[in-house]
Design a protein around this ligand. Structure first.
Ligand SMILES: Nc1ncnc2c1ncn2[C@@H]1O[C@H](COP(=O)(O)OP(=O)(O)OP(=O)(O)O)[C@@H](O)[C@H]1O
Ligand SMILES: CC(C)(CO)[C@@H](O)C(=O)[O-]
Ligand code: BAL
Length: 287
């Protein structure tokens, strides 16, 4: 495994690979502090790609004022151990000045999909995500890029960007990995106190209740499902709901009754103290 800090060096190594090999280039973009969820994306890339490129870059553009850019967890030594064990060939770890040598005058903005959920709660977040992912795609030029459905809205936004800009990369959505008790793995889980961690289980429990509710009836009213979920989350005294919404997926459009909806997403963002966690479940209602 090789760690690379400069765009020029990474491009050179990938060109060298493509000169000597017919294999595909698989890419896993991350912000580091790697956990088993990230490792699962790397293993998926390893199973499908000749060269596996991992990026670790905490992207300042996608953090808003008062968010946790400075305190975002970082552990390079452990990240490299996880990356090597999961099969990464190249680890791209640029500095902020390498990625943004001058003030950014060009940004990528995906409209529509970003008007709700984290797009509404974190103004500018998805412009930051789409801009850095577009840059990374132009730097790495991968054949495939692997993203977790833990960030389902992000997957939808990136897929829309790839389609709209005719980017030659296949986006591979990967399942959310969870702790044994159901909590979705996330770098931000490290922020949780013991009590917050215990109460955060209401998220996966609420999603399980939602699945049971949907599977028990052919059609349902969105407001009724949202109420069921909100009431369960409210059983955790520390939980402060940012959003708990059921939307059509992948359009992320609201609906009243599910009669003509093929797939839905129940998306949650809940704060426990200073820690904002997201989770979701995507349910196919009809083929
Ligand atoms: N539990 C998980 N299962 C599968 N993929 C995941 C999981 N957590 C994160 N990912 C994916 O890993 C990639 C990098 O995400 P990121 O580095 O932001 O990690 P994170 O755990 O989501 O961090 P955060 O705590 O900031 O949400 C994204 O595609 C994300 O969806
Ligand atoms: C895709 C990504 C690496 C872009 O910074 C980030 O949004 C993330 O880790 O999900
Ligand atoms: N995967 C989450 C990225 C962010 O919160 O910026």
């Amino acid at each position: 495994m090789e760690v690379i800090q400069s765009i020029a060096d990474l491009r050179s190594r990938i060109r060298e690979y493509r000169r000597k090999n017919d294999g595909s280039v698989g890419f896993v973009p991350t912000m580091g502090y790697l956990h088993e969820g990230h490792a699962s994306l790397l293993r998926k890339a390893r199973s499908q790609s000749g060269l596996v490129v991992l990026s670790i870059f905490v992207n300042p553009l996608q953090f808003g004022p008062g968010e946790d850019f400075e305190r975002y967890p970082r552990n390079t030594e452990r990240d490299l151990e996880v990356a090597e064990a999961a099969g990464a060939d190249l680890v791209f770890m640029p500095s902020v000045s390498e990625m943004y040598p001058t003030p950014t005058r060009t940004t990528v903005a995906v409209s529509g999909l970003t008007s709700r959920l984290c797009g509404a709660s974190r103004p500018g977040h998805f412009d930051g995500v789409a801009t850095v992912v577009s840059k990374l795609f132009h730097i790495v030029q991968p054949d495939q890029a692997f993203f977790g459905l833990k960030d389902a809205q992000q997957v939808a936004v990136i897929q829309q960007m790839v389609q709209d800009l005719n980017l030659p990369v296949d986006i591979v959505p990967c399942p959310t990995l969870r702790e044994q008790d159901g909590l979705a793995m996330s770098s931000r889980n490290v922020y949780l106190s013991d009590e917050e961690r215990k109460q955060a289980l209401v998220l996966s429990q609420a999603l399980d209740k939602a699945k049971e509710f949907v599977q028990s009836r052919p059609n349902f009213n969105a407001a009724e499902l949202e109420s069921l979920v909100r009431n369960h989350i409210a059983t955790a005294p520390l939980a402060v709901i940012d959003y708990a919404e059921v939307l059509a997926f992948p359009t992320l459009e609201p609906f009243e009754n599910s009669t003509h909806i093929d797939s839905i997403i129940l998306a949650l963002a809940v704060k426990f103290g200073k820690t904002r966690l997201i989770d979701n479940v995507i349910i196919q209602l009809r083929k």
